[in-house]
Design a protein around this ligand. Sequence first.
Ligand SMILES: Cc1cc2nc3c(=O)[nH]c(=O)nc-3n(C[C@H](O)[C@H](O)[C@H](O)COP(=O)(O)OP(=O)(O)OC[C@H]3O[C@@H](n4cnc5c(N)ncnc54)[C@H](O)[C@@H]3O)c2cc1C
Length: 246
Amino acid sequence: MKRPLEWQIATVSAIKPETANVKTLTLTLPAWLPHRAGQHYDVRLSAPDGYQAQRSYSIASAPERMGEIDLTVERLEDGEVSSYLDDVLVVGDQLEVRGPIGGYFVWEVAQGGPLLLIAGGSGIVPLMAMLRHRAAAGASVSTRLLYSSRTHTDVIYRDELETLRAASTGLEVFHTFTRTQPAGWRGYARRIDTPMLQEVIQPLGPTPLTYICGPTLFVETAANGLAQLGVPASQIRTERFGPTAP
Ligand SMILES: Cc1cc2nc3c(=O)[nH]c(=O)nc-3n(C[C@H](O)[C@H](O)[C@H](O)COP(=O)(O)OP(=O)(O)OC[C@H]3O[C@@H](n4cnc5c(N)ncnc54)[C@H](O)[C@@H]3O)c2cc1C
């Protein structure tokens, strides 16, 4: 049996556009291994001259799905790996991957809650795996998602999040749009700050189990805000994707 740190050749079995610059790749794995929500895979690209580039991508799909995984990739301007994955790759192509990796930024139903999930941009990906796992397990643990996007059309998994919210017990979803808002929008319209965090966490009590994922500055702002509100550091887990804030 393959181990998580051995490379294997996955086949791209589906590609789904999520937003103008985000796609979900479904990969079929010859040596599929069970994963926990929040874990990631490494992807390695190799050029004919031997040059290699390697990046990490969170698993978007629920652990309950077997044999294949979804990765959701945001194409960055001049991004070496993300632009290849989103612009060049087609169904049937092969991709070198290894995983699942990571044991800290993970959530399983047995860990309970209440659960606070805070996402900036593509930082929603591992949190979506947690929400999909929560739904697949039929859990009703109190959960609040605060999700920061530039605009309404940049929201990844928009319809599925609404479906999950409407169908699940105890799940609430809060969007904030930092650049432009749809006509008539009455929700948050600014970057995440401490008053916003206070409003969102209040019904969860003082010590929610918290997962924050997104660009580095975003994660630091959210984690510092929660610390100011008295959430113990031991309750906060963070994952940083990159340098800029949405
Ligand atoms: C554990 C982990 C999980 C991750 N999961 C995901 C995921 O699910 N989906 C996803 O899209 N990405 C994810 N990332 C980020 C991903 O690994 C790459 O960093 C990202 O795709 C950029 O790689 P690139 O080769 O396209 O860009 P590069 O060529 O490395 O960088 C291009 C430019 O973009 C800047 N940059 C690099 N990363 C980011 C970023 N995240 N945001 C803004 N600017 C950046 C660089 O400074 C540079 O200026 C994850 C990162 C980690 C560490």
